[in-house]
Write a protein that binds this ligand. Structure first.
Ligand code: 4AD
Ligand code: MG
Length: 494
């Protein structure tokens, strides 16, 4: 082996120094790696002491050359800031630097020292640089300033930009914070099926899962496709919500939550709808609609404060380049209690508002997005939980109120997005549930397991769904759902 020096240094410790590392072979047979220290860019920039023998690896953002040395700005995705590497003619690999163009991947070894230049606290004085992968002129991100629309056409590369790198770090942290919120409060994380035979929301927006051939599928006596001969021996779909199954687990474990992908074959080409999105669905036994809204409010406040605290660079970036009112809005969300109004009060406010809406406001019909946004953005200028909706517009499982006209449902509306949470107290009374199922044309046989919850130890219970992508749009100010998920699926795009 080249460049290897070995020495015995007493107490049976055998020290071996090779080109990139120093290893101690300890008497107990273990090996302690104590040479080149691999640091992420974020770790290097947050250092407290200078350090020799460090290794950093990443992608070149820029290179500036002078006669006898170069500055290489590298980023490895660990944070927004780049690490400056100073590479002079004595550095091994200096001659290969011409290949270190924007987007190339590099490995840099050297010393981490306080920077004399402006804009960064630490920099690397390199002793060795190696180009791992070149990025020739046709690398689409060689130039800055691409539109988000263009970047959507290269989802496999866009995470290397500041904007999308920041987004996906926030996405990761937000997912972690969701788990932390529920785990700290005694909720059990449950996994509900992705493939299901039931349409929870009753809206018929289901993607079918089948192994039957598109042509020549077996037919039954009525001439319809015979799904009894399909893979699951019945019509099966991708889930639109894990709620119904989560209810069974809440009625056993008390407090549960799901956090998983959901699918909707809804032909909505808006900036807030995706065909595949992630949803967080808590479900609580012994809980009513007001307790449900309390949890939704606490969750949203917790998630916003967590991101403000743990992603300060990213929030600063979004506040500067995407939405200048972001930070102020988020701080308000954390500080102020959310507004709560009944649907009937909300309709009165809208009718008296004097606003010109495209859709008329009629008691009994769902609120349109323009109505929701008026309430949260103009009238209350705050997140608003609207509750007690007319039962006609809502799914079978929601609890009927005593007025006979409304159900204990809630939608939580936030500025810039509109609906971010949809939830309800569930109908726990057997007779009422059976009647509602009949009205919605659902067979008791197909939902016997769901009905059983009302037969055996039924309890008041409630839950909601928080759209994870909509929450990400809310905390970053990003206006299009296509830009908060790495590989968006929308009608016509997969
Ligand atoms: O209001 P939704 O349809 O409620 C349910 O699915 C209930 N089963 C939830 C429950 O009570 N456990 O959906 C809940 C949330 C919406 O408020 C929205 O944030 C998000 O899911 N959502 C979507 N997000 C992105 N794209 C879509 N197509 C969405 N549809 C709903
Ligand atoms: Mg909804």
């Amino acid at each position: 082996m080249k460049n290897v020096v070995s020495a015995r240094c007493g107490n049976g410790v055998f020290l071996r120094v090779c080109r990139i590392s120093v290893c101690c072979f300890l008497p107990d047979g273990s090996v302690k790696f104590c040479g080149m220290k691999k640091l992420s860019v974020k770790e290097a920039l947050g250092a407290t002491n200078p350090e020799d023998f460090v290794l950093v690896q990443g992608w070149v953002r820029t290179r500036r050359d002078s006669k006898t040395f170069s500055f290489l700005e590298i980023n490895d995705g660990s944070g927004l800031k780049n690490l400056q590497c100073v590479i002079d003619e004595n550095c091994e690999g200096y001659a290969t630097l011409k290949n270190a163009t924007t987007g190339a991947s590099v490995s840099v070894e050297g010393s981490l020292i306080p920077s004399q230049g402006k804009g960064q606290s630490w920099e690397i004085h390199a002793t060795k640089v190696e180009i791992l992968g070149i990025a020739p002129e046709n690398f689409p991100l060689q130039k800055k300033g691409h539109t988000v629309e263009f970047l959507r056409t290269i989802p496999h590369l866009r995470a290397r930009t500041n904007r999308f790198g920041a987004m996906f770090r926030v996405r990761s942290r937000l997912a972690f914070a969701v788990h932390q919120f529920f785990q700290d409060r005694g909720f059990a994380y449950v996994h509900t099926p992705i493939v299901t035979a039931s349409d929870c929301e009753g809206a018929g927006e289901l993607f079918r899962v089948t192994t039957l051939p598109p042509e020549g599928a077996p037919k039954n006596a009525d001439g319809n496709v015979d799904f009894a001969r399909d893979f699951f021996a019945r019509p099966s779909f991708l889930t639109v919500s894990g709620q119904l199954e989560a209810e069974t687990l809440a009625c056993a474990l008390g407090k549960v939550y799901t956090f998983g992908p959901t699918f909707r074959a809804e032909n909505s080409n808006t900036s807030r709808h995706a065909s595949e999105f992630w949803m967080i669905e808590p479900e609580m036994a012994f809980c009513d609609i007001h307790g449900d809204i309390d949890v939704a409010e606490a969750l949203i406040k917790y998630l916003v404060s967590d991101i403000l605290k743990n992603c300060p660079d990213e929030i600063e970036f979004f506040n500067k380049f995407v939405d200048k009112t972001l930070r102020e809005r988020l701080e308000h969300v954390v500080e102020k209690p959310f507004v709560r109004v009944s649907y009937t009060e909300a309709v009165e406010i809208l009718q008296k508002s004097g606003e010109k809406f495209e859709f008329p406001i009629v008691w009994g019909e769902g609120l349109q997005s323009e109505h929701e946004r008026f309430l949260t953005e103009k009238h209350f200028q705050s997140p608003v939980a609207v509750y007690d909706y007319p039962r006609e517009a809502k799914p079978f499982y929601m609890r009927q109120n005593d007025d006979g006209k409304t159900v204990a449902a809630t939608d939580l509306l936030v500025p810039g997005i509109g609906e971010i949470v949809g939830g309800s107290q569930r109908e726990e009374r057997l007779e009422k549930l059976l009647a509602a199922m009949e009205e919605h044309g659902l067979s008791e046989k197909d939902y016997s397991w769901y009905v059983d919850l009302r037969r055996f130890g039924s309890v008041p219970h409630a839950g909601f769904g928080l759209g994870f992508e909509r929450m990400l749009m809310f905390v970053t100010g990003e206006g299009n759902i296509r830009d908060v998920i790495p590989f968006p699926r929308t009608p016509g795009h997969a």
